[in-house]
Design a protein around this ligand. Structure first.
Ligand code: DAT
Ligand code: MG
Length: 151
């Protein structure tokens, strides 16, 4: 049986603002399993492919400029229900509407600088992980915490 995975990006503003540890910490402490991670400057063509569903939106060029403007940290996180749960941990797209306690609710003020990306469906999780982890290699490991998180 396949375990669900979500693709998460700490966007350039999150890296520049020194929030990498804070953001990773939210997913770690929740109890999801980190299966892949890289600090990386995203080229334009990859950004365009990643956000291809938004290519006709007026903000698309600015979104591509932003996501390629500096290094990002990208990750694959695993666990039952991780996609929907990560979206809740991240909060609403507009940080001013995001609930306190969420990453965007606590750490950001503008949609165009909302700090973090999370897959919106398990299928997109798969698609995005395949797109960014080109060699297809995630780290295969088990955490000693798992028996204390999952009965
Ligand atoms: P999310 O990142 O919450 O999944 P999305 O997939 O609809 O949101 O959009 C991707 C990113 O594009 C989003 O994080 C920020 C930017 N964006 C979305 N809607 C926008 C808008 N109306 N104006 C400016 N940027 C926007
Ligand atoms: Mg989205």
């Amino acid at each position: 049986l396949e375990v669900e995975q979500s693709y998460i990006i700490i966007k350039p503003d999150g890296v520049q603002r020194g929030l990498v540890g804070e953001i990773i910490s939210r997913f770690e402490k929740k109890g999801f399993l980190l299966k892949g991670l890289k600090l990386f400057q995203c080229p334009k063509d990859l950004a365009q492919e990643h956000y291809k569903d938004l290519k006709d939106r007026p903000f698309f060029p600015k979104l591509i400029d932003y996501i390629t403007s500096g290094p990002v940290v990208y990750m694959a996180w695993e666990g039952d229900g991780v996609v929907a749960s990560a979206r809740k941990l991240i909060g609403a797209t507009n940080p001013l509407q995001a609930e306190p306690g969420t990453i965007r609710g606590d750490l950001a003020v503008q949609t165009g600088r909302n700090g973090v990306h999370g897959s919106d469906s398990p299928d997109n999780g798969k698609r995005e992980i395949a797109l960014w982890f080109k060699d297809g290699k995630l780290c295969q490991w088990e955490s000693v915490q798992t028996p204390w998180l999952i009965e």
